[in-house]
Design a protein. Sequence first.
Lengths: 163, 804, 422
Amino acid sequence: MAEVLLTEDQLDHFRVRAAEIAHPRELVIDVLRAIQSNFGWVPDEGVELTGEILRLSPLQVEEVATFYDKIFRQPVGKRVIHVCDSVCCWSRGAEEIYAHLQKTLGISPGGTTSDGVFTLLPTCCLGACGEAPAVMIGLTTYGDLTPERLDEILERERAALEE
Amino acid sequence: MPTITIDNQRVTVPEGTNVLEAAKKLGIVIPHFCYHEALGAVGACRLCAMTFLEGSDKGPKLKGVHMSCMVTARDGMVVSTLDEESADLRRHVIEWLMMNHPHDCPVCDEGGECQLQDMTVAGGHGIRRYRGLKKTYVNQDLGPFISHEMNRCIQCYRCVRTYQDYCGGTDFGVLGCNQRIYFGRFRDGTLQSPFSGNIVDACPTGVFTDRTYRFRARPWDLEEAPSVCPHCSLGCAVIPGARYRELQRVRAGVNAKTNGFFICDQGRFGYGHANRPDRPRSPRLGEREVSWPEALGALRRELEIIIAEHGSQAVAFLGSSRASLESNAQLLELARFFGSENFALEIDPERDRAARTTAALLGECARSQEEVRRSDFVLLVGADPLNEGPMMALAVRQAVRAGGSAALIDPRPVELPFAATHLPLSPQNLPEVLKALAEERFERFSARERTVLAGISARIKEAKRPVLIGGGNLLGSSGAQLLIEAARAFSRGDRACGAALLLAGPNSFGSALLAAQSPGPDRLLAQMQEGRIRALLCLESDPFADHPEPGRARMALSRLKLLAALDYLPTETARRCDIFLPTTAPAESAGTYVNFEGRMLPFGSVFDPGVPIQITGGGDHPPRSFEAHTPGSLPRPAWAALAALRGDSLSLAHIRRNLQRSDARFAGLAELEEGGEGRRVNGAGQMPGHGPELPKHPSAEGALRLVVTECLFGSETIASFSPVLDPVRPAPVVRLHVEDGVRLGIHDGEKVRLRTELGDLAVEVRLCEAMAPGIVVLPRLRQGEWEIFVPGVHRDCILQKEGG
Amino acid sequence: MTQVLFKNRRPGETVFLDGYRKTGGYEGLQKAVKAMSPDEVREAVKESGLRGRGGAGFPTGVKWTFFPADQFGEKYLVCNADEKEPGTYKDRELLLADPHQLVEGMIVSAYALRIPVGYIFIRYGYERCSQNLERAIAEACEAGFLGDNILGSEFSFELHVHRSAGRYICGEETALLNALEGLRANPRSKPPFPAVRGLFGMPTTVNNVETLANVQHIIVNGPEWFRGLAATETGAGTKLYGLSGHLERTPCLELPIGTTLREIVEEHGGGVWKGRTFKACLPGGASTPYLAAKHLDTPLDFEPIEKAGSRLGTGGVTVFDDTTCMVAATLNLNTFFARESCGWCTPCRDGLPFVSWLLEKIERGEGTMEDIEILRGQIRNIHGRSFCALATGAMEPVASLLDLFMDEVVDHIKRGRCPLKR
Ligand SMILES: Cc1cc2nc3c(=O)[nH]c(=O)nc-3n(C[C@H](O)[C@H](O)[C@H](O)COP(=O)(O)O)c2cc1C
Ligand code: SF4
Ligand code: FES
């Protein structure tokens, strides 16, 4: 994970786009998501930077940023595990999956593992109802989960991070 | 005009009225939160439900329960508010709103004027059924004016709609989602909008309360009366509240013709002037405090002696735009009584002429704030509404929000809460541009300027309700005249073009109407210098501070044998005069102001003057110290004191009747109600004589024209004596065009020396792009050495790098 | 079974331009642009009886008649690919398999409505779908199907993908417009409808992925053909049914619209899992009323399903077996809606948490008979009273819980515990 909010290229790109379109404000989610994907989450400086690029006040950016549940305004682990707790997953064992995750990671919902790798968050339906129960780690969706499969996935995610 | 039936009563309402308003007309008040007359209907709270029994004859049939704020009344509608279905919904909505409310009414500052309390009762919710956990919030520090208690929030969104939509602020808003909604700022800190206080009025419960008034009174203990804001020429309705002989707060009054529902923060938080410990409250002969009879007797005697020695013309009378119409009229009575023709009702000669020109010429062109809000094109020329009449900026903003547009021609970097094309022309070109607009001849301007001007002129012609707004400070009297002439030129048979001029004080227009026979302040000063005027009586006027050539004014004043003053502020004049008579502050007596459009606006007396218990007893009751006189009996309304000097004792009603009898322009004055919409004067003032022309171009090489401009919280006299505003006083910086900065080698933020005819000043420079080159813009600040610069266009100045 | 939208779908694969064109891709566009006027395209869609697949089921052709199609200038076509309603995942399956279906559908629709700019609003988490779409758009541009003067005609169209950042409410069409503009995604009041004042204040039409993807097929094969695809008299076309819940198999399938619930459960879903019996289902996503065993023979098409007391919604069928506590299931659903409320109107923002509190109390065994009355009051005053359809939709399962499973609710109260808790 880069320690910059936006790379020089991204900055240029957004500045140019903001200048050429009629309603620069429409880019607010794009900029926030770019910051989040670089930095892991959106710190105050990220909100301010977004405002500066789009000619909005920090508050105007914050109004939008805090509306969404997938913009993180607090530090999170390197990988966020979104556990679907909506009805289809619930009907096929999401609660067990959730409990298993909490136990193996040693954290409660909203928490981050002490090594800073995983953050656990509940989410509403992931659109993986046919493969319930499902979780999304980062932007990858995993379905048809059992505790064993989940352990493997966590292993793989950890290993991928170490590379 | 549709006629609809609500609860078996028929009512006819104007086209476009919503059903909630229609019911209100019948006296049926249905609980509602998110709807607000000025903010419109958004259908968020779902409280104003009514049952629609019959749809309308025309348009879609509407049946069942609907939000009455969202339904436009149509002919034939039959509506019930008593129906169980909608009553059930209203009860439930209140129950939901109360789920998380902390029920901290006993310690809540809103208690006594809490709409949530009223609506809860009106909605029929009494017993709590939800037993789950309540949400709680952390509050923010929003600065010196407003306190924040989010736990009380019921999410009606009125605060953001007021702050962002109506007032154009961008640093306060709504955060979060679902049941976790937070109204606040990005970070703790002072709210930046000069209209921030309106969220206190807008909030139906105790989330935003007036921090300056916090915990000092329950609203039912306050003495209140409908009043008019004394801080600028717009005449916004206000409701000051007092307790324990102390003005404790001001909230917005409602006047559809002027401010609508809101006011600016200067009007709201500029009230401390009345409570100052150093406010002069006793009549004084020299340093000695005396009784009223003694002071009045001495003053009259002194005046008579001077008249006996030097003739009637040796005594002069100086009124002001800060004093009420009645007080100024009594000052004229007094002058007449002594046989003197030497009077002026404004000390600044250019402001005097600008106001008199406006009063003489405006006539049918006059436009109210309300008419500006409804305008579809507004052109501002030499007008900086945020600083010279803040609510006018909001009026134009509403016009722009409703689909209109706005343009600005002004040398200064003018900040506006709406989008507008800005053409920065130098001040000496403003009259020219007005002429050019009226005649549609733009040859003398540069290519770029021509395009902008042609665009502006086309927009004025297309517009159905165009208004030109000027500022008296920058346009002066010739500019005011040209602006009004331009409005006339743009008027056509099918529609008129309006005009408005932002003047100096709350009664500038009224004083100007009375000043027809005045030789003007310049003549007075000249005669004082020549020793022909020996005595000057100042009515709520401070010639030491407010004349554009302070040196000359001081010199002239020093030659007087007698300087007398009536005031309620510890001004320099009040301090230095030989005889002093303490007058009531605006909230302590009734009176009338005539606002910038010529509207007579009477105001009521809120409370009796007197030393606040805060001062006499450290806030405790009863007072701990004893004095010979009743604390509080001393200041008198200026009009009463002036009448007493003639040996007369008149009531205010009597003065008003005399005024309307002797001067047809004030017809109807005596019948006007305080807190009403007021009424335009019936007729005009007289044109003043010409003043000296400013040289067209800077004289010296490298010299810049000095433009002194009013600034909110920093310039206006009364507000400058209100300590509550101290934390938000503007910074002493001057502004300069970037090009000039480059030419002079001056950088942004640099400290340099400003050399002027009046004196030198060490200043910090801000470089700006959006202003005319060739000028230095200096804020009018009433602090120390800055005070000598009064608003208007001055002669040349030079900026020098320190040590250079 | 006729496969229209899923005809190119292979497990684990995505079809791009070549594959798409092999089975007739972009023929609809060619036909529309070269041989038909925009008018005729709109007429064909209207004739076809296509109804919106996003949940409300409004006839698409009729919706388009409200749109100022003949006016030129700034107008927008927005595809709603937010898809966050629990039980709904058909759009995802389509975009994972065959993204050009949507791209072509949008181009033809834009042609019909004379719209120069389109947006696909896609939810957070559908990253692969977004990438598929971006690639499909690039390919279509390359091939001259998108961009200026498409296929040598006067018609030009540009298409953007907008990735969202969560929140179910963004799927509500006016909230979606605010979200696209970079504002808080609160719904707007209607009127004015998006067709009059939509994105950036200009005329806009918002349609679902599946709806738009049907358009070019109607153009190629004609409205008659489309009507003929349905299993019911009143229906038109195929439908993507996403199966979930307590079934042996939970695929997403394209079937004639109006296939019966029984066929879907027993044949395509392989029956209720673990040999258990059918207790209830949500026939069209989380905001549709439950259907019970007695409704198994209902054809899953708009009209018959409404007669049975529910709605087709999005066609996401979630089945519950006989061991399911319906109070707990409803609590789960309601809590979803409470969490995803945008916070604008009172019944939703505060009413849904109230309902969750009540259901939880009943589920815990602490409910009273009076609570049922309180619950009825909540339903009565939330349903149809909220600002947008979110909270109203939330009440549908709750109301049907009381209609269909009252005994079970009362059982909780009488026994002071959940009778089905394992
Ligand atoms: C709370 C809420 C969420 C919605 N979410 C979606 C969605 O994710 N996708 C969708 O196509 N329609 C959704 N809709 C329906 C849309 O508002 C709209 O009716 C639809 O996009 C129109 O497209 P159609 O006519 O093609 O169905 C939602 C509606 C509501 C009230
Ligand atoms: S029902 Fe109300 S609060 Fe809920 S999502 Fe719609 S507008 Fe927002
Ligand atoms: S006042 Fe009508 S919904 Fe709030």
